[in-house]
Ligand binder design. Structure first.
Ligand code: 5AD
Length: 372
């Protein structure tokens, strides 16, 4: 039998392929027979665990200030052309108000690593959202912090945390990030977040500069070790103000193939059809869902700031990508046989780590009382 077929069988049997086997499998991402097989299995598993439901998250990009200088990212610290903004607590709560009315029951607070917001600010914000919308989940996506900070946010009520590992290969990590950053620390953050009882999301870009199949193989092996509840995978897209301006974007087909592989590896994972996938191709969201994804994250940021959260060129944030057009997105999902749901959409298998959720005191102050 064909080598790739044997590897697919191994994958389906739950015996994680070895690195070199993954490489041989990934080289088949354009082989129609293999992709159809993998996709069908991924869809079967997603239907088994989630039916035809698609969970929605309202994405609030609340600051594009960042202390890091990741070479691929449009809002990296060194980009002097970026037009910076940050939202006040009141502005963020206004987004939640709007989002709640529209049917969102998860708010994802995403931002650059902006030192303006102290732990108390994040705590105050999380508490305010959880107090007003006790039926909603709060997801944080604000980068690398200390264990103590993560613990404070968790005690304040944060449910989930997204922190893509970006690449699990040390040498590749160095090509994408400055010396000040470390893959070991990033991985440590992910394990700490798990320990604190967050539903945790890791992930990586497809086709980032210097990426080889063996790096992706390592990403998949890392995901099997970490067992995150969420995985974000999207194509790399060049940004004109980065050293990678002239690189080409990652492959849509390989991204879809990987979504299916991750669905098979982690059958109950919450897997978004990402904005980057929707940005490189008009029907990216649909194709992501049809490959095994089960989450979409429309943009709930204030319209006046959307263009400024400019991670890569031509990032979509309007039309079906916009939270205010939820109905249009629902229609598009319906057209492919799926249904947007208003449920919170927690991970079916809860994180087994328990954090003793004792009451912590109300925060004093808060950035809503300082000017942003
Ligand atoms: N292309 C695609 N994705 C990018 N991200 C950052 N820059 C780019 C880019 N140029 C992704 C990173 C980050 C997430 C918020 O956006 O993976 O974790």
């Amino acid at each position: 039998m064909d080598d790739a077929e044997n590897i697919v069988k191994k994958l389906l049997a739950g015996d994680g392929p070895a690195e070199n086997e993954y490489v041989r499998l990934l080289e088949n991402y354009e082989n129609r027979e293999i992709t159809e097989w993998i996709t069908a299995e991924a869809v079967r598993l997603r239907k088994q665990h989630f039916g035809n439901k698609v969970y929605t998250r309202g994405l609030i990009e609340f600051t594009n200030y960042c202390k890091n200088d990741c070479y691929y990212c449009g809002i990296r610290a060194g980009n002097t052309h970026a037009s910076r903004y940050r939202l006040s607590e009141e502005e963020i709560l206004e987004c939640c108000r709007e989002g709640y009315k529209l049917g969102f029951r998860t708010f994802v607070l995403q931002g650059g690593e902006d030192l303006f917001y102290k732990d108390e600010d994040i705590v105050s914000l999380v508490r305010a959202i959880k107090r007003t919308y006790p039926d909603c989940a709060v997801t944080l996506s604000i980068g690398e912090k200390s264990y103590e900070s993560y613990k404070k946010y968790r005690l304040a009520g944060a449910d989930r945390y997204l922190l893509r590992h970006e690449t699990a290969d040390e040498a590749h990590y160095r090509k994408l990030h400055p010396q000040a950053m470390s893959l070991a620390y990033r991985k440590q953050c992910l394990y700490q977040l798990k320990e604190l009882g967050y539903q945790v999301g890791a992930g990586f870009m497809v086709g980032s500069p210097g990426q080889e199949m063996r790096h992706i193989a390592r990403d998949l092996i890392f995901l099997t070790e970490l067992k995150p509840q969420m995985v974000g995978i999207g194509p790399f897209i060049p940004h004109h103000d980065t050293i990678f301006a002239k690189e080409k974007a990652g492959s849509v087909e390989l991204t879809l193939f990987l979504l299916s592989v991750v669905r098979i590896l982690l059958p109950t994972v919450l897997l978004p059809a990402t904005t980057a996938l929707g940005s490189v191709t008009g029907d990216g969201r649909e194709r992501g869902i049809l490959a095994g994804a089960n989450v979409v994250m429309p943009n709930l940021s204030p319209v006046r700031h959307r263009k400024q959260y400019d991670l890569y060129d031509n990032k979509v944030s309007m039309g079906e990508e916009a939270a205010e057009h939820r109905e249009r997105l629902a229609k598009r999902m319906k057209a492919i046989g799926y249904e947007l749901t208003v449920e919170r959409g927690d991970a079916p298998e809860k994180n087994t780590h328990r954090l003793d959720l004792c009451a912590s005191p109300e925060p004093v102050g808060g950035f809503n009382r300082r000017s942003v």
